[in-house]
Design a protein around this ligand. Structure first.
Ligand SMILES: Nc1nc2c(ncn2[C@@H]2O[C@H](COP(=O)(O)OP(=O)(O)OP(=O)(O)O)[C@@H](O)[C@H]2O)c(=O)[nH]1
Ligand SMILES: [Mg+2]
Length: 244
């Protein structure tokens, strides 16, 4: 596991690897010029062609940190809930159709008292995963407030996906899949249900984001346009079956 950065990067922690290029302005593509990959200097295992910043947001306790750890390390953090302080980060390099895509994943604190810290990071995010917990109605009801916040602080063309997490907890479920689908449709968002515990749709969520960002940035006319909505609809697994 990457040493947990429970420091506040706002103060002294690492910032995403921006290569001295300006922030997206009126005449740069929104969401930024491509960040060049790191030269292959051996070791480190951190080579990539393009890098993007993905931020996880949503109420405290919905499972943002667990989703990230599941994706990064393939493990589930069971046991005591350790609420994130400020903001935390993890990197992972994915191979997307032969292109090394580095995702810099920023894990925000859901707690209200850290809101001003996380606000500062929205602007740099290329993609946002907005989570609620299917066993917690309040976290679902708060999605609209999160969307308002995203609207206020994030780039207007940020890639956004809604995730209903903890679908392994079938008995405690209080938010129906259809409710999530309806909300997502209302706001035009791609949507999936996930479980950080079983891993359901976790890799898919991040891969879909990586594919979308890679496609947006590389503009290879020969490739058919990647459609995020269709992709997650087609590839997403249902939570209904099998696992206890
Ligand atoms: N059953 C189940 N429990 C989960 C799942 N994901 C997270 N949890 C549990 O939910 C609690 C909160 O998870 P975290 O990932 O720490 O929540 P968070 O969204 O990061 O919370 P903050 O850091 O406070 O914003 C922990 O006790 C986890 O074990 C899941 O998919 N299924
Ligand atoms: Mg957390």
């Amino acid at each position: 596991i990457t040493p947990a950065a429970s420091t506040l990067p706002a103060a002294n922690g690492p910032r995403p690897a921006r290569s001295g290029t300006a922030r997206p302005g009126p005449d740069t593509p929104p969401n930024g010029p491509l960040q060049p990959g790191r030269p292959s200097l051996g070791g480190g295992g951190d080579f990539y062609d393009v890098a993007f910043k993905v931020m996880l947001v949503g109420d405290s306790g919905v499972g943002k940190t667990c989703l990230l750890v599941r994706f990064k390390d393939g493990a589930f953090l069971a046991g005591t809930f350790i609420s994130t302080v400020g903001i935390d980060f993890r990197n992972k390099v994915l191979d997307v159709d032969g292109v090394k895509v580095k995702l810099q994943m920023w894990d925000t604190a859901g707690q209200e008292r850290f809101r001003s810290v996380t606000h500062a990071y929205y602007r740099d995010a290329h993609a946002l995963l907005l989570l609620y917990d299917v066993t917690n109605k309040a976290s679902f009801d708060n999605i609209q407030a999160w969307l308002a916040e995203i609207h206020e602080y994030a780039q207007h063309d940020v890639v956004l996906m809604l995730l209903g997490n903890k679908v392994d907890s079938a008995h405690e479920r209080v938010v129906k899949r259809e409710d999530g689908e309806k909300l997502a449709k209302e706001y035009g968002l791609p949507f999936m249900e996930t479980s950080a515990k079983t891993g359901l749709n976790v890799d898919l969520a991040f891969t879909a984001i990586a594919k979308e960002l890679k496609q947006r940035s590389m503009k290879t006319p020969s490739e058919p346009r990647f459609r995020l909505h269709d992709y997650v609809k087609r590839e997403g697994q249902g939570a209904s079956c099998c696992r206890p």
